[in-house]
Design a protein around this ligand. Structure first.
Ligand SMILES: [Zn+2]
Length: 364
């Protein structure tokens, strides 16, 4: 994620923190200061936030290490002010595995809470609920309360919370995956409305924020799954353009501009002796045309920033790569020669057609 600093590595997984996390720390300091806390109490407050996020990291590691048992790697874990995000390479296809991966996170917080509870009970310092919620209250008592809240919040049966995945996995044991996702996403939307309503009634901005977060999460999960289901079983060959224009590296930017105006193609593969040298995107063309004029050679500006695809690889993988590298088009290669051009426009047209032939997917 952009704007993140790397903290270190645990079990081969990069741990990073997003800069907005600093805002949370600043908020805690201000909150304490406004209640007349002294420097020590402020330090304890900040330490408590860091301890909570330590618990969040352990929660995310619970997901990541369980996924690894099923052969799924995790790219990184990022800490945001609203919690942690573990970027798994993919979710398991088997609902039973997804269930275990989803539940492993909250299970970690249950264990932490149980350990804290045992320690506090053994030392006879188990605080009351009111004391745990008070600024400057018992450190471990508050940490225990936070872990209990984390378990409850994460197990709400709505995307993007873990409970949403648990619900989807349970439904998917009996129903098709897309339909299970739709139902879980609808549950998320319903919950977002409830949160929003409660937030308005109690004038609580935090609840409104959660409502928005849950709403967006539910929508994006439903959309991603529908894409995956619709693209499932297709290869790059099914979606690539086979009629497209390539430019030799000694063509001029003026030639490229004419090609851009003549057709619908926006990005052009640049070749040297028939071999791919890179891609000239529309935005790059516009910039270079302004800076260097029509006579400059396209070869100079061929960018290798976008990867390539092969004809028979799963379409889903190629599209995921394009989204990740923010490339609208990628050349498709066979034996080093460009045989097609895959564009996100083509893929969305394919999705539209698939959607039209599969109305039941949306009405669920
Ligand atoms: Zn989780």
């Amino acid at each position: 994620m952009r704007g993140s600093w790397q903290l270190g590595q645990v079990a081969g997984i990069r741990l990073q923190v997003h800069w907005t996390f600093l805002i949370l720390i600043a908020w805690v300091v201000l909150q304490h200061a406004s209640q007349g806390a002294n420097a020590l109490q402020v330090a304890v407050g900040v330490a408590l936030v860091l301890a909570v996020f330590g618990c969040v990291i352990l929660h995310e590691l619970g997901h990541a290490l369980t996924a690894r048992r099923f052969g799924i790697l995790t790219r990184d874990i990022t800490l945001l002010p609203i919690g942690g995000v573990a970027r798994l390479e993919r979710m398991p296809d088997d609902p039973r595995q997804e269930l275990l991966v989803a539940i492993a996170g909250p299970a970690v917080n249950v264990v932490i809470a149980a350990v804290l509870w045992a320690v506090l009970s053994a030392t006879g310092t188990l605080p009351s609920l009111a004391d745990a919620a008070r600024v400057g209250g018992s450190f471990l008592g508050t940490l225990l309360a936070v872990n209990v809240v984390l378990v409850g919040f994460n197990l709400l049966p709505a995307f993007p919370m873990d409970g949403g995945r648990v619900l989807r996995a349970l439904l998917a044991l009996k129903l098709p995956y897309a339909r299970a996702t739709r139902i879980a996403a609808n549950a998320g939307t319903g919950m977002a409305v409830l949160f929003g309503f409660a937030g308005l009634m109690t004038a609580n901005p935090f609840l409104l924020f959660i409502a928005l977060f849950v709403y967006l999460g539910a929508q994006s999960e439903a959309q991603q799954t529908e894409t995956r289901v619709a693209l499932g079983g297709l290869s790059v060959r099914d979606a690539m353009m086979t009629r497209f224009t390539m430019l030799p590296d000694d063509a001029t930017l003026g030639d490229a501009a004419e090609e851009l105006l003549a057709g619908a193609q926006q990005d052009f593969p640049i070749t040297t002796g028939g071999r791919l040298r890179g891609l000239l995107s529309r935005s790059a063309l516009v910039v270079h045309l302004r800076q260097r004029g029509r006579e400059a050679r396209v070869g100079e500006f061929a960018s290798g920033g976008c990867q390539t695809a092969t004809e028979y690889e799963p379409l889903e993988n190629a599209v995921a790569r394009m989204r990740e590298t923010r490339c609208n088009s990628i050349p498709v290669l066979r034996d080093g020669l460009v045989v097609g051009l895959l564009t996100l426009e083509n893929v969305s047209e394919l999705l539209l057609l698939a959607g039209a032939g599969r109305g039941s997917l949306r009405s669920g």
